[in-house]
Design a protein around this ligand. Structure first.
Ligand SMILES: Nc1nc2c(c(=O)[nH]1)N[C@H]1C(S)=C(S)[C@@H](COP(=O)(O)OP(=O)(O)OC[C@H]3O[C@@H](n4cnc5c(=O)[nH]c(N)nc54)[C@H](O)[C@@H]3O)O[C@H]1N2
Ligand SMILES: Nc1nc2c(c(=O)[nH]1)N[C@H]1C(S)=C(S)[C@@H](COP(=O)(O)OP(=O)(O)OC[C@H]3O[C@@H](n4cnc5c(=O)[nH]c(N)nc54)[C@H](O)[C@@H]3O)O[C@H]1N2
Ligand SMILES: [Mo]
Length: 782
């Protein structure tokens, strides 16, 4: 029954809830009211009393009724004969039939081949990610839970580097989100500076950081230092904008360290007591004076010097680091620099600095139980290139290695896949046609989504329709429990017959491993965990809407970070590891370094560089869309009808391109078509293209697949350009060229004219090397 917070005079129920997914978003948990009239959600309104979001909402939440009742929304499970893949020939089925079909397949494959022959895939941090890995490990029993995200270039690199160097969680800028009195809390101090590095939080609200927290700080006087190749809204308001060349952030980070260390601007006390490896890092940073960084990063040396001095002068300086760090070859190293800078300037776990999470077990404990349920010999079959030892700390299979394994059938030939909240042909990974080919080779694919997508149309045999956040009881946990300032209640307002991801997890879990999935409902699951964590029930959380976690600063002084209860950080040395004591065992340099991005004008051979004189960066977020979502929502699509490539006016003039012209973007891998947007936001050498585009209004059946390959920028980005530990792929920087074309369909189906393989001497995984060798032997076919 719908639980109303208030009933309006015309009978409309106001249901209090928190925004999450679907439709997609990261877990900020924006406080809102759903207006329900005659059983239908008719309007969404911000909750002005929400402790963090104060009633502020983005257009995606406001358009929720258009999403819920969209003509493309699917509310019944559907199946399709394998011979009809790519065709719009679906038959509705019941939830029981759908679940039984999945269980039958799982049991069959487990018996005939082994559980590892089943793989599961997720997309970004939506609700389903909390259940994806437990389902894979605990219910299906496969070690192959993965994403198609090349080099797992999102979140993984940042939170793993935090684990390795700091010993836990995900450090986040301190905007007083833990305190009921917020900015008035006497324990809180405003940061003097906020460094925003490879992030655009007011558009992205990434991972649980409410982006307007940055504006809240700015209004109170915090000054910004923005590290971004684009002149973003935030950069235009910054005291320093370091307009870095894409992919060179670790060189810039080392130069910032160089200045702070050489000029002795760091906190000597903190360094002495709480850090490990200072002298070695100082020696490494000495190799990167600002003048050298200027040559590499294209940021003037003086600007680097002054920004470093400003960073060190902040009492404190806060930091927000974004996905652009993950999407580059030496991104782990750039993250290392960020943590080192924050540490030596004493910005960690101090008021207004970087928050380090209090211990938050919640669903992690369940995940570990599910992981432990799998025998070691099954774990050992997980697909990770043996080269990436560090990556094993992350429990997922490695995406690039998964693609190789699926293409070659080595070490074994996958048979079925389950895709939960991911649209791999339109968005997630790179080189999408390779992924389409491997999924089409499988015997059975399940897709769990809300609408028909190019991916589901291409290869799904069973489609499971997922309920929106207005249709389920749940909670939202910013930063997925790795730095949650609060827990928000999601309150069911309506029912259309869909199931939530958690309900699906429970239905499958109960059938395959009831011991690990004992809960009767989503609500019962959260009851247990909320009780453990915050001592409240789900209904009690609903009463208050959101509940903050308590927070203690300087936990490392108080023995609150380590399992043994001793002061210090939860690392092997008990200190912040400026030099990693773990990396040498993983064949990784224990200190940060810079390596030239392979597909940059300087990483590739000069001949190719000349052919493709422009640097392409992709993926800066639009507020209207969440990745590949929202293209069928009229009010959102009206705001951004076409994919746009941003070009500097001088560069556009050089190629005879005007505002609104269709432009073909191409390199040695592929081509795609977007509309020109001329702006000084980018430098003349750089263009920025949008990702995740497809056209729900176009023909869905193959080969068109809603036009997904017409504007797909990810086809220009290669797999296997990853760092030693397996992280980082060039989503944020590859070379290309541009030219004006006549329209969206003015692409050449035969392009590229020559085959392109990633240079085996560069940074390849061993698996990829083997694949390339086999391909050569067979005369071109992998
Ligand atoms: N509306 C909306 N919100 C989203 C998403 C969405 O699709 N739509 N996606 C979600 C997801 S999965 C994620 S991971 C987050 C990401 O959110 P953020 O981490 O905030 O990343 P972006 O918003 O892409 O911003 C990255 C910034 O990095 C800049 N940049 C590009 N290349 C480089 C580089 O080499 N170095 C540096 N220093 N900067 C660079 C870009 O110009 C851009 O302004 O957003 C989430 N939120
Ligand atoms: N060029 C370029 N490509 C990028 C990026 C970039 O910056 N540049 N960013 C990359 C990043 S950081 C990421 S994380 C990936 C993200 O990649 P994905 O997360 O795979 O993104 P989507 O393509 O939107 O696919 C998500 C699908 O899940 C469905 N969905 C939404 N909410 C839910 C839900 O709650 N449950 C379920 N079951 N389904 C749901 C949506 O309808 C959609 O079809 O994309 C990457 N792709
Ligand atoms: Mo992401």
């Amino acid at each position: 029954m719908t639980k109303a917070f208030e009933t309006l005079p015309d009978g409309t129920l106001k249901v209090r809830s928190s925004g999450f997914s679907p439709p997609g978003c990261h877990p900020q948990g924006c406080g809102l009211f759903l207006h329900v009239k005659d059983g239908k959600v008719v309007k969404v309104e911000g909750d002005p009393d929400h402790i963090i979001t104060d009633g502020r909402l983005c257009p995606r939440c406001l358009s929720l009724p258009e999403f819920i009742y969209n003509k493309d929304r699917i509310t019944t499970p559907m199946k399709r004969d394998i011979r009809d893949r790519g065709k719009d020939k679906w038959t509705p089925c019941t939830w029981d039939e759908a679940m039984d079909t999945i269980v039958e397949w799982v049991l069959k494959i487990r018996e005939e081949s082994g559980p590892e022959y089943i793989c599961t895939f997720q997309g970004t941090g939506r609700d389903v990610n909390m259940y994806h890995a437990p389902m894979a490990y605990g219910a299906i029993g496969t070690p192959n839970a993965a994403s198609t995200l090349a080099g797992e270039s999102c979140w993984g690199p940042r939170f793993c580097v935090s684990n390795f160097l700091l010993g836990g969680g995900y450090p986040e800028m301190d905007y007083s989100a833990y305190f009921p009195e917020r900015f008035d809390d006497p324990n809180y101090s405003l940061p003097d500076y906020l460094v925003i590095w490879g992030k655009n939080p007011i558009y992205s609200n990434a991972d649980g950081l409410f982006g307007h927290g940055t504006v809240d700080l700015m209004k109170r006087g915090t000054k910004l230092i923005v590290i971004d190749p684009r002149l973003t809204w935030l950069a235009s308001r910054a005291e320093f904008h370091l307009q870095v060349r894409p992919g060179t952030d670790s060189a810039l980070g080392l130069a910032l360290l160089n200045v702070v260390m050489e000029e002795e601007l760091y906190d000597k006390d903190f360094v002495k007591k709480w850090t490990y490896g200072f002298d070695d890092l100082r020696e490494r940073a000495a190799e990167y004076p600002p003048e050298k960084a200027e040559e590499i990063c294209w940021v003037p040396a003086d600007k680097i010097r002054n920004a470093a001095r400003a960073i060190a002068s902040g009492k404190p300086t806060s930091w927000a680091w974004g996905q652009a760090i993950d999407g580059q070859l030496t991104g782990v190293q750039a993250g290392h620099c960020m943590i080192a800078l924050a540490a030596i300037c004493n910005n960690l776990d101090v008021p207004g600095g970087l928050t380090i999470p209090p211990k938050q077990g919640l669903w992690q404990e369940w995940l570990i139980r599910c992981m432990n349920s799998m025998p070691a010999e099954v774990w050992n079959k997980q697909i990770i290139d043996p080269v990436h030892i560090g990556y094993k700390q992350r429990h997922h299979s490695h995406p690039d290695s998964m693609l190789d394994a699926m293409e070659t059938g080595e070490p074994y030939r996958f048979r079925i896949a389950w895709h939960m909240g991911t649209n791999p042909l339109a968005c997630t990974g790179v080189q999408h046609k390779r992924w389409e080919a491997v999924f089409k080779k499988l015997e059975f694919n399940v897709v769990q989504d809300c609408v028909m997508t190019p991916s589901a149309m291409s290869f799904a045999d069973l489609f499971l329709p997922v309920s929106s956040f207005a249709e389920r009881d749940s909670v939202v946990l910013p930063h997925y429990g790795l730095n949650s300032c609060f827990v928000g209640a999601i309150n069911k307002a309506i029912d259309l017959g869909c199931k939530s991801d958690m309900e699906i997890a429970l239905m499958i879990g109960k059938r395959l491993n009831p011991e690990l999935f004992p809960w009767e409902s989503e609500k019962a699951f959260w009851d247990e965990f909320l009780m453990n964590e915050l001592g409240i029930t789900f209904d009690e959380l609903n009463e208050v809407g959101a509940k903050q976690y308590p927070y203690t600063y300087k936990k490392y002084e108080k023995g609150l970070m380590r399992d043994d209860g001793r002061p210090g950080f939860n690392t092997p040395t008990g200190k912040v590891e400026l030099k990693s004591s773990l990396y040498p065992d993983w064949n990784e340099d224990s200190l940060p370094y810079f390596k030239e991005p392979y597909l940059s004008p300087f990483g590739i051979d000069p001949e190719t560089a000349e052919k493709y004189p422009i640097i392409l960066t992709t993926g800066g977020r639009n507020i209207e869309f969440f990745h590949s979502e929202g293209r069928q929502i009229p009010s959102l699509r009206n705001l951004k009808p076409w994919p746009r490539v941003t070009i500097h006016p001088e560069t556009a003039a050089k190629y005879g391109i005007e505002e609104g012209d269709w432009v073909c973007i191409e390199n040695m891998l592929a081509q795609c078509i977007q509309k020109a947007r001329l702006s000084y936001e980018v430098t003349p050498q750089l263009i920025h293209a949008e990702h995740g585009w497809w056209y729900p209004e176009q023909e869905g059946e193959a080969p068109n697949l809603y036009g997904t390959y017409k504007s797909n920028i990810n086809m220009l980005i290669p797999h296997h350009v990853v760092g030693v530990m397996g992280w980082g792929s060039p989503y944020r920087g590859v070379i290309c060229r541009i030219r004006k074309v006549d329209g969206l369909d003015d692409y050449d189906p035969d392009y590229p004219y020559e085959e392109f393989d990633v240079d085996p001497n560069y940074s390849l995984d061993k698996m990829a090397l083997r694949r390339l060798a086999a391909k050569k032997e067979k005369g071109g076919v992998a």
